[in-house]
Design a protein around this ligand. Structure first.
Ligand code: FES
Length: 102
């Protein structure tokens, strides 16, 4: 089994292609699919019955690593949006889209 394939707790074979992570504008990372989420010590969160969840990237959630919506209250701006805004203010052209399709 290669690094892009794994078995879940139920023994089902999955691949990374079954997982989708969406970077929400000025918000969390939305994760859809069967994944294993562990902390720094390797303890796994029980994601039973959660086909999708959002991970905080603003740092403000009181329920980390999950998003609790605090990013909206904080007016969180993702780095890429902040950089574009700063470059626009300086009259610079935006950089090319770094996203590549594999
Ligand atoms: S991204 Fe939503 S609370 Fe941090």
């Amino acid at each position: 089994m290669g690094p892009d394939r794994y078995t879940d707790a139920g023994g089902s074979l999955n691949s990374m292609a079954d997982v989708k992570i969406t970077v929400k504008p000025n918000g969390p990372y939305r994760v859809e699919g069967v994944v294993k989420l562990v902390d720094a010590e390797g303890r796994e969160w029980d994601l039973t019955g959660k086909p999708a969840f959002s991970l905080c990237r603003c740092g403000g959630s009181t329920n980390k690593p999950f998003c609790d919506g605090t990013h909206s209250k904080l007016g969180f701006q993702a780095a890429e949006a902040a950089v574009r805004k700063e470059e626009a203010a300086q009259g610079q052209a935006p950089p090319p889209n770094p996203v590549t399709k594999m």
